[in-house]
Design a protein around this ligand. Structure first.
Ligand code: NAD
Ligand code: ZN
Length: 352
C-alpha cells in the first residue's frame, strides 16, 4: 500500500515541503511530467525545481514501453553519474507507470521487461512520488507499473512498485478533455464492476469497490455535485477502485482490451469502454448503466475495431487476451477455459 497520501484542492503546493527532507545532499530529483503540460506555465512554474533537478517531459500519446524505461534509466544514470534523490511522476496512469518503473530500474540491474510479472523485483526502488492529473486508473495506488514489453503488456507487480507518497489534488484534473475524462473515469467504473462481480471478491475488495461504484454513479448518472465536488469524488473513486482490485482482479473487459492494445495500440481507457459496451451477457445491468452514461455525456465509440485485422493479427489479439488467466478466473471461475473458448472470444471481438 501507499504509505503516505495527502488530498485536497491546492495540495500540489505542498510538494516542495514534502520532498525536501528526502533530498540527499544536493543530489537532484527528477520530475517526469506529461508533456501536455509543457505549455501550461501555471503548472510548470509550481514544480519545485532546485539545484540541478531535472524536468523530463514525456508524451502520453502511447502507452509506456519497457524499452522507453530502459532508455530513460540509461540516460539518467549517464547524466547524473549516480542515482537521483527521487522520481516524481506528474500525469495520468501512463506517466505514473513510467515514474514507478524508472524508480525501480534505477536500483535493479538488467532490462525492464525482465521484471514484468509478479514479485520479480529484488531491490527497493528509489523514493518515488505520484501526482495524478486525471482520475480513474487507480495507478496512483496500485502495486503495478503496466508496460508494453517485447512479448506482452504486463505489470511490474511488486511490493517495491507502489509510490512512497501520493499527492491527490483534484484541481490538477481541470482541463482534461471530456472524452478522455469519460474513458478514464469508466476505467474506474469497470474496475469496480469486475471486482464486485468477480469470483475473487472478498470483504476487503468489496468495501472499497462498493464505495467507488457508488461514487461513479453519483458522478456519471446524477447532477447533485458541483464540478469541484465531482473532481474530488472521481479522484477518490479512482483510489478506492484501485484498492478494490489490489485485493481481487479485473475481468473480461481488461483481458480483451489488453489484446487490442497489444495489436492495435488501443489505449487503456477507450479500449475498456469499446469492449465493455458489448459485454451484456456477462455484466448485464452495469452495461445498461454504462450505455446510459455514454448517452448522457454524448460519447461515441469507434465501431468494428477488429474489422481490418488479418486472421494472424486476430489470433494474436485472442492469444494475448487468453494469456491473462487470473482475469478470466476472476470473471468466470476456475473452469473459465470451458466457458471462454477461442471461438466465443473471436465472436466477441468481431462484435466490438
Ligand atoms: P493517460 O495517462 O494515457 O492520459 C490520457 C490523456 O489525457 C493523455 O493525452 C494525457 O496527456 C491527457 N491528460 C492527462 N492529464 C491531463 C490534464 N490534467 N489536462 C489535460 N490533459 C490531460 O491516461 P490514463 O487513462 O490515466 O492512463 C492510461 C494508462 O494507465 C495506460 O498506459 C494503462 O496501461 C495504465 N494503467 C495502469 C494501471 C496500474 O495499476 N498501474 C491501472 C490502469 C491503467
Ligand atoms: Zn483499468
Amino acid at each position: 500500500m501507499v504509505p503516505k497520501v495527502i488530498f485536497g484542492a491546492g495540495s500540489f503546493n505542498q510538494l516542495a515541503e514534502i520532498i525536501s527532507p528526502k533530498r540527499k545532499s544536493r543530489v537532484p530529483f527528477v520530475f517526469i511530467v506529461d508533456d501536455v503540460f509543457k505549455k501550461n506555465e501555471g503548472l510548470v512554474n509550481r514544480i519545485p525545481l532546485n539545484f540541478n533537478d531535472k524536468l523530463l517531459f514525456i508524451s502520453a500519446n502511447e502507452e509506456p514501453k519497457t524499452t522507453e524505461i530502459d532508455t530513460i534509466v540509461k540516460d539518467l544514470k549517464e547524466e547524473f553519474n549516480g542515482i537521483p534523490s527521487g522520481i516524481i511522476g506528474i500525469g495520468g496512469g501512463g506517466i505514473m507507470d513510467v515514474a514507478k518503473a524508472v524508480s525501480i530500474m534505477l536500483t535493479n540491474s538488467g532490462k525492464a521487461h525482465e521484471y514484468q510479472g509478479l514479485d520479480l523485483v529484488k531491490k527497493k526502488a528509489v523514493y518515488h512520488v505520484g501526482v495524478p492529473t486525471i482520475s480513474g486508473t487507480g495507478a496512483e495506488v496500485s502495486r503495478a507499473s503496466v508496460l508494453m514489453g517485447p512479448t506482452k503488456k504486463l505489470g511490474i507487480n511488486s511490493d517495491f512498485t507502489p509510490f512512497d507518497q501520493v499527492i491527490l489534488d483534484p484541481e490538477l484534473t481541470i482541463g482534461v478533455p471530456k472524452n478522455q475524462w469519460f474513458y478514464t473515469g469508466m476505467d474506474c467504473f469497470i474496475h469496480c464492476v469486475a471486482s464486485l462481480n468477480g469470483t475473487l471478491l472478498n470483504a476487503f475488495s468489496q468495501s472499497y469497490g462498493e464505495k467507488a461504484y457508488d461514487l461513479c454513479l453519483e458522478i456519471f448518472t446524477e447532477d447533485k455535485n458541483s464540478d469541484a465536488e465531482k473532481r474530488a469524488k472521481l479522484m477518490m473513486a479512482s483510489w478506492h477502485s484501485g484498492m478494490s482490485i489490489a485485493y481481487s482482479q479485473v475481468g473480461i473487459a481488461h483481458a480483451m482490451s489488453y489484446g487490442l492494445s497489444y495489436v492495435l495500440g488501443t489505449k487503456h481507457g477507450i479500449g475498456n469502454c469499446i469492449v465493455f459496451n458489448q459485454l451484456e451477457e456477462f455484466y448485464g445491468n452495469d452495461v445498461a448503466i454504462f450505455k446510459e452514461m455514454m448517452a448522457r455525456f454524448d460519447i461515441d465509440l469507434p465501431q468494428n475495431v477488429c474489422a481490418g485485422l488479418s486472421e494472424i493479427e486476430l489470433n494474436t489479439v485472442i492469444d494475448v487476451a487468453l494469456g491473462l488467466t487470473p482475469l478470466w478466473e476472476n470473471a468466470l471461475g476456475k473452469d473459465w477455459q470451458t466457458l471462454m473458448t477461442r471461438d466465443r472470444l473471436k465472436n466477441l471481438y468481431l462484435k466490438i
